[in-house]
Ligand binder design. Structure first.
Ligand code: FES
Length: 235
């Protein structure tokens, strides 16, 4: 039988800086209680470094880390309008990649409407500029070319198809994962199209792939796809 004890966070802050980049495999949480998972479920510890590692992982997984800790010292959006192209050229291109205030965004024109979303998929940084556009459950979505995740263009909601096993018989339906991809305000005036970056507070998963860590991961994934070898020190 498993034994647990409650973390008091002792030593957490002093260990914080030591643990951020160390491997954290093999640890798990159950509610507020911290366990060392040795496979037999019998051991536990009050070791401050272990607690710090476990707390860090929990914060990471529940997205409580601050925007800055992942994004670096990146400035917050200014609220300015940025010209991203003429209406004519954006309609012709249908999908256009733009960088606004250092953020990579995708501008989509579809069925007489413009959309602007973060350019890299929240799941693993796939390039949405190459994704197909489909209507799913009445919502216009971009399909990430990498693992086919569905992302609503209007609000960044993630959609997935699943079944409720309690239903007899279970019927596949579309379900929401919540807002996963940051979307931006796009407007058109006198044939010119402008984007204002989202200033919605809090963490949205696609923020990760706009930061330095996400950039490294994207490059590694791209290199792996092409069979190249990339080390961190090239960034
Ligand atoms: S990277 Fe987009 S679905 Fe995995």
């Amino acid at each position: 039988m498993s034994r647990y004890h409650q973390s008091n966070g002792e030593g957490f802050m002093s260990e914080w800086s030591k643990i951020r980049d160390k491997p954290r495999e093999g640890w798990a949480f159950w509610g507020q209680h911290v366990c060392e998972d040795n496979g037999d479920g019998t051991s536990f510890t009050r070791n401050p470094e272990l607690l710090a590692r476990q707390l860090f992982r929990l914060m990471e997984e529940t997205q409580l880390l601050s925007f800055k800790s992942v994004m670096g010292e990146k400035e917050q959006p200014t609220g300015d309008l940025h010209f991203v192209g003429t209406k004519e050229e954006l309609i012709k291109a249908k999908r256009s990649f733009r960088t606004v205030e250092g953020r990579d965004i995708l501008v989509v024109y579809h069925q007489e409407t413009f959309y602007a979303v973060d350019s890299y998929c929240y799941h693993a940084g796939g390039a949405l500029v190459n994704g197909d556009i489909e209507e799913i459950n009445g919502k216009l979505c971009v399909i990430c070319p990498k693992h086919k995740f569905k992302i609503c263009l209007a609000d960044g909601e993630g959609l997935y198809r699943g079944v409720n096993p309690r239903e007899k018989p279970p019927v596949p339906r579309w379900y929401s994962k919540g807002i996963k991809q940051r979307t931006h305000t796009i407007t058109e005036t006198d044939g010119k199209v402008f984007v204002e970056l989202s200033r919605q507070p809090g963490w949205i998963e696609s923020d990760y792939y706009q930061g330095e860590k996400g950039k490294v991961e994207r490059a590694k994934a791209e290199a792996a796809d092409t069979g190249e070898y990339v080390t961190d020190d090239v960034f």
